[in-house]
Ligand binder design. Sequence first.
Ligand code: BGP
Length: 471
Amino acid sequence: MRKDFLWGGATAANQCEGGWQEGGRGMAVVDVIPHGPDRMPVMKGILDYRKLPEESNYPGREAIDMYGHYKEDIALFAEMGFKCYRFSFSWSRIFPTGEEREPNQAGLQFYDDLVNELLKYGIEPVVTLCHFDAPLHLVEKYGSWKNRKMIEFFLKYCDVVFRHFKGRVRYWITFNEINMLMHLPFMGAGIRFEEGEDEQQVKYQAAHHELVASAMAVKLAHEISLDFQVGCMLAAGSVYPYSCNPMDVWESMKKDRENYFFIDVQSRGEYPAYAWKFFKGQGIELEMQNEDAKILKENTVDFISLSYYNSRCVRTDGQGEASGGNVFASAKNPYLECSQWGWPIDPMGFRITLNALYDRYQKPLFVVENGLGAVDEPKEDGTVCDDYRIDYLRSHIQAMKAATEEDGVDVIGYTPWGCVDLISATTGEMSKRYGFIYVDKNDDGEGTLKRRPKKSFGWYRQVIASNGKTL
Ligand code: BGP
């Protein structure tokens, strides 16, 4: 591993920060995504949150209250030896409606304090600008990313934070899992479908706006500081053909392209040929402005960040079971075990995915999410013996090491997801835990919010101390 390898952990404001009404913060889409059976339809943009029952439970509003606990959490990250910490700014904490001319000072102050706390311990901040939390006002008034005006609002926000944190924050990620827009449009991009709307058309038009916004953010960042490194972010995981039937192989290639599409634009600077043909075949017509092609071409990303939880698999014979995994449909792969949530566990798939991305783009890769969501059962004395999590992480780090040391892939860092337990994005549960640090809170929102290191905490500390040698 590189000497300066960025070991750390990752979270996002929408799932850990809470404090939804503190310091003048405005509402964001996460505040209206409930726990329970309505969650998926709301996240998909097919159920309007305004029609939900009054008593709905919104777990993101308090989450694990990192807003009130950040010092304690960062001290624990420092104890593990984190070199970096990936987190996100809540856009509506800085621009409560998204339309203000000036930023909310209390919001900026919160991130000032948080960033300074990290720097105090020598932890490099890695900031995601938008992680599933478009300001709700922009959703209501403009239809969120359906509308080109979002680019302007996003850039105003970027401009403020780039200038404000210049010299303190070096790594920026524009949109978390940009391809999630295709699967969970409301959560990913604040998109809710109106009756009669062509969903594909709406999603790809919104994607175009995000892609232009992302490229313009890269441009702005580079104008403000030559030291800034700006990355895109992909929910990754290679798609395997179920068999060597060429139809399965072809299908897997098409499925991979649905995701690569975004990174092809952000990394190579233009829409790939297959995308134009796809749009034509589907009757999708994108509204673009004259300068868009130039903006995309001239402002590609500096690095590619990714989440990897599992590989996927496709078959075209219509047989077999489906398998779970980060909202992407997949055929069940008989060679793999699954997590308690049915997500396949595939460390070799991690090596394959890293190689595939590096072969395609030849840009540094930053693994900003990976991990096992599992139920933890604290013993009577409160300790959590999460050997299953250690096994998962060990095997994935081994795969990443093989990709770098044996295959030559350039990986610059690794930040396991949910380094402190937080709210699950897909299910809204607290019981789907990823952390090295246990947080006392249950799915009904009860608990003291007390933090406590798990067994994996000490294990990860020695992984970092040995730069990945002691696993
Ligand atoms: C990714 C998201 C994260 C995170 C993770 C785990 O898609 O970027 O926000 O939540 O998946 O998913 P879940 O929380 O559903 O287990």
